[in-house]
Design a protein around this ligand. Structure first.
Ligand SMILES: [Zn+2]
Length: 320
């Protein structure tokens, strides 16, 4: 039997759906992007992924039988064990959708699904900045703030598949309102919208629409107010991570996502806050580093999920 060394990873985002053919070394051989708006409903999504899989296989001359399977990271709450999407955060029409079985019936290949940030963390653990970590915490900083946990070589999902939601730890119950409805979550302090809000409050002078990228540009050019905002981000993020470090005693924390492109502007304050606020023993044991896989992390992690599930090499625990 031919060794099935290829997997297709799908990263279901709010704007784009990225699909890639990934080899066993974590390299993306071929990729394509679908517009989420065009295939946002479950039936259209299944048809769109079917076409994408055929296109990717054809573009590399790969026989579909050599495909180990398809992995999909979705932005929402998932029952990974049964392949069911409970709900998606920003895409309507997804309630209790048996996505894995629908796609499997169409593709005749194994299909696995999981939360997108869980898969980003799995990708970084296998091929990126989390390699070799025993207790790994993954954090993505973007419009949303997400988290994933790989504990002793297994993705940790909790009893309902909802573990690792680091973005919704409350830092300040009187803080700004969060998209989840609570107040003062980590996401409401260091998500993209929060960073822009802090910049406005600090009266950072700018032209055009203020974004985290522009704020980072200003800070790099020496704007004092902009630099102070990034230090505030480092401080708030460090405070959130200090609690995680006390709870899990991890050896590595990987920080990714669009806002993390400003890493050099907040890393020092982040590390300083961790050492000031976490317990000394776990604070000394952890290395907080920037993610390495960038935009492809979700695709690569989804492929890792496929290999883990089909080879048994990486166990996936949790679920109902
Ligand atoms: Zn929240």
């Amino acid at each position: 039997m031919t060794r099935r060394q290829w997997a297709i990873g799908v990263d279901f985002g709010g704007t784009n759906i990225k699909c890639g053919l990934v080899d066993r070394r974590g390299r993306v051989a071929s990729s394509l992007v679908l517009s989420t708006a065009e295939v946002s409903r479950p039936a259209a999504f299944v048809a769109g992924i079917h076409r994408a899989v055929e296109q990717l296989a054809a573009s590399t001359g790969l026989a579909p039988t050599r495909l180990a399977g398809v992995g999909i990271g979705v932005p929402g709450l998932v029952d990974a064990q049964h392949g069911i999407v409970h709900m998606l955060v920003n895409v309507p029409g997804w309630r209790e959708v048996p996505l894995a079985s629908r796609l499997r019936a169409r593709l005749h290949r194994p299909v696995f699904i999981d939360n997108d940030v869980n898969l980003v963390t799995l990708g970084e653990w296998c091929y990126g900045a989390g390699r070799g970590a025993r207790i790994l915490v993954g954090l993505t900083l973007g419009t949303g703030v997400g988290g994933g946990l790989v504990l002793d070589g297994s993705l940790y999902r909790g009893v309902s598949g909802a573990a690792g939601e680091l973005g919704h730890m409350v830092l300040d119950p009187h803080g700004p309102r969060c998209a989840c409805g609570a107040r003062g979550c980590l996401e409401a302090h260091v998500g993209a919208a929060a960073v822009v809000r802090m910049a406005r409050q600090a009266h950072v002078a700018h032209h055009g629409r203020l974004t985290p990228e522009r704020l980072a540009g200003l800070a790099r050019r020496g704007d004092r107010a902009a630099r102070a905002v990034w230090q505030q981000v480092g401080c708030l993020l460090g405070r959130g991570l200090a609690g995680v470090i006390n709870l899990l005693n991890p050896d590595r924390i990987v920080v990714g996502g669009g806002v993390a492109n400003a890493w050099p502007l907040f890393a020092t304050t982040l590390q300083r806050t961790i050492h000031a606020e976490a317990m000394p023993v776990p604070a000394r044991a952890v290395r907080v580093v920037r993610a390495q896989l960038g935009e492809q992390a979700g695709i690569i992690g989804a492929a890792v999920l496929v290999w883990g599930q089909t080879s048994g090499r990486w166990k996936v625990e949790g679920g109902k």
